[in-house]
Design a protein around this ligand. Structure first.
Ligand code: A2P
Length: 287
């Protein structure tokens, strides 16, 4: 597919359309988020990604209101935090997110992390299935236009599919040079999920942005390293969610549609290791 700009639409497996780049808000403090989100929307971002655990949903919602943009023109995602898993609490958590955001529906709601065996033993699968059942009901009720997952590896998705009635539409995982998740991305895409990349630039204080290989490729194209990272994500069919609170960087992170990375450059970037990010294994986390 040809991507023309950040709002080229992609289609989820339920037919819902989603702009091919989202504006990330992880680590954007509550006191900054209102202005940052309003700035991003003014610049042209129409897809905003937040989560209950980011602690900024109220400010993100205010930024959306300040923008004056019709709600229908925006695509808003939030995520269910780990302490709220389970049937009843998932339903309450969505309502709490909607109340904080000041919205009456979400475009996309994600389970933020799978319950893992390390913490929940044999109960992990049952807990994820129960949470998903609530997500399915909320979807049927029209409170969310699409439902999905975050940090689920292909084997977690396969487990979920044993009881799911609705196939997840999205899986948002950590993807950036140095932590490419190449095999997982391919597997998830083959399962008909749209893969989104969190920390596409490697996250806060990232060593991705100073990597010599990336710098050289960026110079060859007359672009910045951040733009090369976003292009590399996009060319894999993955949807990047770059975060910045600075207008100049927000602009830069929209401007990567006028060049293409060669197969060789894509391979060189995918081969990089140990750069940036959290590089957390969802089977191993204890939160
Ligand atoms: P800031 O918000 O101060 O601009 P992610 O990989 O999660 O998108 O994280 C991006 C990190 O890199 C953030 O800490 C952000 O900080 C910074 N950043 C975002 N865009 C750019 C850019 N174009 N150039 C340099 N740093 C950037």
């Amino acid at each position: 597919m040809e991507f023309k700009n950040i709002n080229t639409m992609r289609q989820l497996n339920n037919g819902v359309k989603i702009p091919c780049v989202g504006y990330g808000t992880f680590r954007t403090p509550e006191e900054v988020a209102e202005q940052a989100v309003a700035d991003a929307i003014e610049l042209g971002y129409r897809h905003i990604d937040t989560a209950a655990v980011y602690g900024n949903e109220t400010a993100v919602g205010k930024g959306i209101k300040d923008s004056g943009i019709n709600r229908k023109e925006l695509f808003v995602t939030s995520k269910l935090w780990n302490t709220e898993r389970g049937y009843e609490s998932t339903k309450q958590a969505l309502q709490d997110s909607l109340d904080r955001l000041g919205l009456d529906y979400l475009d996309l709601y994600l389970i933020h992390w799978p319950a893992n065996e390390k913490q929940f033993g044999d109960d992990a699968k049952r807990l994820n299935a129960e949470t998903w059942r609530a997500m399915e009901e909320l979807y049927h009720e029209g409170k969310i236009r699409a439902i999905g997952l975050s940090n689920f590896l292909p084997h977690h998705v396969a487990d979920l599919m044993e009881t799911a009635e609705i196939k997840p539409m999205v899986d948002q995982i950590e993807v950036h040079p140095g932590w490419p998740h190449t095999e997982e991305v391919k597997k998830l895409q083959s399962m008909d999920l749209l893969v989104e990349a969190w920390a596409p630039l490697g996250g806060q204080g990232s060593s991705v942005l100073t990597n010599p290989t990336l710098k050289e490729i960026a110079e060859d194209h007359g672009k910045t390293v951040a733009q090369v990272c976003l292009r590399w994500v996009l060319q894999q069919g993955v949807l990047p969610l770059p975060k910045s609170v600075h207008v100049k960087r927000m602009q830069q992170n929209m401007d990567f549609f006028d060049f293409e990375l060669s197969n060789d450059e894509m391979k060189q970037i995918s081969a990089l290791r140990d750069l940036g990010g959290q590089c957390a294994n969802p089977d191993d986390v204890d939160f």
